[in-house]
Write a protein that binds this ligand. Structure first.
Ligand code: COA
Length: 625
């Protein structure tokens, strides 16, 4: 899935991988990491040639002429372009990865928007049916035990190494997701990873009814608590947090980052508060035991859960039952809701989805062990001064505005999955991307700048680059689909060409030759060493390219789940999909404050596009027989 496959690189058998006919190699991750290639800086002229091509379907001829002129000026031999390129190449030779630090800062840590909705993705897991509260606690206990089991592989460096296109991938992100937390700063946030400190944390935090508890998950001999032990501790936590009139301190973390930064300094002025905050930040991960949410029709249920994962449902519901800065927060609701939300700065979706697959498999096993009584998990105390109270009230108001503004629609597309495009010898990912292009074109009679994440993990410390799914080829295909006069054979041929162009861009992107991060690098280099910004970065064309109305990603999992995230721009859509073998889960988000966007309408357009594309292929194949 995600094109990413596993090869066991383990010194012990692992539940993760289905039995495969490959030898289990004792290959430790750190050796593997040292041998990964460095991310290249693509050739300057190649990037600008591709930049112009990418812009063609988005701009008028007149606008294109203007941009071509600016590109020509930028590329004058020994001009600004060459100078910046040389600096970038120097940077690349001096760093393990020339991009990663810049990317982490510019995409995440510099952003002042709230992490909830605007940055942190959620994952919706299949609904559970808990007979009673004990059922919920048992499920949460098993889940915690599963994460600890997974952590053991991280601690021992025995994670199975993933592969993409036959090449081993960088596993560093797995080392960033546990025991880490984002911390707000006045201009830029930071991320601290306590796993690499002198004393690795041994506790998780559990939050119920807005009250945080420290749950030590290891015995004094270093062995992890058993499921039964964790269950008993969760019971104690539950029983001592029944009062629901507590201040939702965690909601502070959902604020605009500058606002939260100020509130944070305010909060930690008090010694008790500071210690409580530190305990959350240092914890291995957080488990949110959520209160039941309003009942919904079966049809709306998944969309409601996606919203719950992204923001908690508002201050009346579970938004205060979070610490949004925490890298990993698992959510288990009394009503059977389950999933997670993760702070995006340290890692991409694939490691998270991989962990989810692991947990689902782990939780199928029943683990029982003798009970050893344990002390009550300590509750974290917060002194709510009038100033902190004011900050909480303001955070509640903003969260309510934000949660009302997010329009979420989860589509369970049951007609087919990866099987159909594969049977027609097309890449499923390219096929779904073309359906997105068609859906958008039908709704707006135009195409738009489109972002699809591509993994750069073939390279040491690699994160992502962008696949530009809107191309000249995709435009020709969607235009043909809307042209009644065009014969089906021509439409199929254009679909095939559009998919091939997409596959080619994907191949280029995962090999470090896409344009977006290179352009970002040149721009950041210009900020570092020039007195004025080169005109190509001030051009409207660049602004159009940098305004992806469709922000998309494949997050493929074995589990029947779906990842979701908010749109990147106020008038855009966030679309994340999990193409299973015979169906596709798609999560679509938009903002209600934008009159032009509508997640449910886009979902309908998407289903119709997928159906029409399948009919097109099948009718054309039949006609040929
Ligand atoms: N004919 C038949 N089968 C084909 C085919 C064709 N022409 N082209 C591809 N396939 C098959 C593949 O072999 C693969 O088979 P599998 O299911 O047995 O593994 C399957 O179809 C899927 O391939 P495809 O749909 O082309 O996409 P992909 O799985 O290679 O994924 C990306 C493409 C871009 C998603 C992936 O490269 C990537 O970068 N993933 C990471 C994304 C990421 O980081 N997201 C961040 C989320 S926050």
């Amino acid at each position: 899935m995600c094109g990413i496959s596993l090869r066991p690189g383990l010194v012990k058998p692992c539940r993760l991988v289905k039995p495969m006919s490959v030898t289990i190699l004792p290959e430790r991750s750190s050796h593997h990491q040292d041998n990964l290639p460095k991310l290249p800086v693509p050739p300057l002229r190649q990037t600008f040639e591709r930049y112009l091509l990418m812009l063609e379907p988005l701009l008028s001829e007149e606008e294109m002429d203007h941009t071509r002129k600016l590109v020509k000026e930028f590329l004058i031999p020994e001009g600004v372009g060459d100078r910046l390129q040389r600096s970038l190449e120097r940077r690349a030779s001096n760093k393990e990865n020339w991009l990663t630090e810049w990317w982490m800062q510019s995409a995440y840590l510099d952003s002042r928007m709230p992490v909830a909705v605007y940055s942190s993705p959620g994952v919706v897991l299949p609904r559970m049916t808990f007979q009673d509260r004990q059922g919920q606690m048992r499920f949460a206990a098993k889940l915690i035990s599963g994460v600890l089991d997974f952590k053991q592989m991280i601690d021992n460096e025995t994670l199975p190494i993933e592969y993409l296109g036959g090449k081993p991938l960088c596993m560093d992100q797995y080392y960033q997701i546990l025991s880490s937390c984002r911390i707000p700063g006045p201009k830029r946030d930071t991320v601290v990873n306590h796993a690499i400190g002198k004393v690795a944390p041994t506790h998780i935090t559990v939050v119920h009814n807005f009250q945080f508890f420290v749950l030590d998950v290891y015995n004094s001999d270093g062995s992890p608590l058993t499921v039964d032990q964790i269950y008993m501790q969760l019971e104690k936590i539950w029983n001592s947090s029944l009062q629901s009139n507590k201040e939702p301190i965690g909601i502070l973390t959902s604020q605009h980052r500058n606002t939260w930064g100020k509130a944070y300094n305010n909060l930690i002025k008090d010694k008790t508060n500071k210690e409580s905050v530190r305990a959350i930040q240092k914890s291995i991960f957080t488990v949110c035991l959520d209160a039941p949410m309003p009942q919904m029709s079966e049809q709306r249920y998944q969309s409601r859960v996606a919203a719950q994962m992204l923001h908690g449902g508002g201050s009346r519901w579970n938004s205060g039952n979070r610490w949004f800065d925490k890298t990993l927060q698992f959510i288990v609701g009394e009503d059977g809701t389950c999933g997670l939300v993760y702070e995006h700065a340290p890692a991409e979706g694939p490691p998270i989805v991989f962990l989810v697959d692991y947990l689902v498999e782990y939780m199928m096993e029943v683990v029982r062990a003798p009970m050893i009584p344990l002390p009550m998990p300590p509750k974290l105390r917060f002194n709510i001064t009038p100033e902190v109270k004011k900050d909480i009230e303001s955070a509640k108001q903003n969260m309510n505005i934000m949660s009302h503004d997010l329009d979420v629609n989860v589509v369970y597309f049951a007609d087919y999955g990866r099987n159909v495009p594969k049977a027609h010898k097309m890449s499923p990912d390219a096929f779904i991307q073309m359906a997105l292009q068609l859906a958008y074109f039908r709704m707006y009679q135009m195409c738009c700048s489109t972002y699809e994440s591509a993994s750069l993990r073939m390279f040491a410390l690699g994160r992502t680059d962008t696949i530009r799914s809107c191309s000249n080829e995709s435009l020709k295909f969607v235009q043909a689909m809307e042209d009644l006069a065009k014969p089906n054979t021509e439409k199929v041929s254009l679909l095939d060409k559009a998919c091939q162009a997409h596959v080619e861009y994907t191949r280029m992107a995962i090999h470090g030759q896409a344009i977006d991060r290179h352009l970002l690098g040149l721009k950041l280099q210009a900020i570092e060493e020039l007195t004025s910004m080169p005109e190509i970065f001030m051009d409207t064309a660049y602004a159009v390219a940098e305004h992806p109305n469709l922000s998309t990603s494949q997050a493929g999992a074995k589990t029947d789940c779906v990842m979701c995230f908010g749109p990147l721009v106020p008038d855009g859509y966030g679309v994340c999909y999990n193409p299973m073998a015979d169906h596709i889960n798609i999560a679509i988000t938009a903002f209600n404050s934008c009159e032009e966007t509508h997640a449910a309408n886009f979902g309908r357009a998407m289903k119709k596009a997928l159906r029409d594309m399948r009919s097109l292929l099948e009718e054309t194949a039949k006609a040929k027989q």
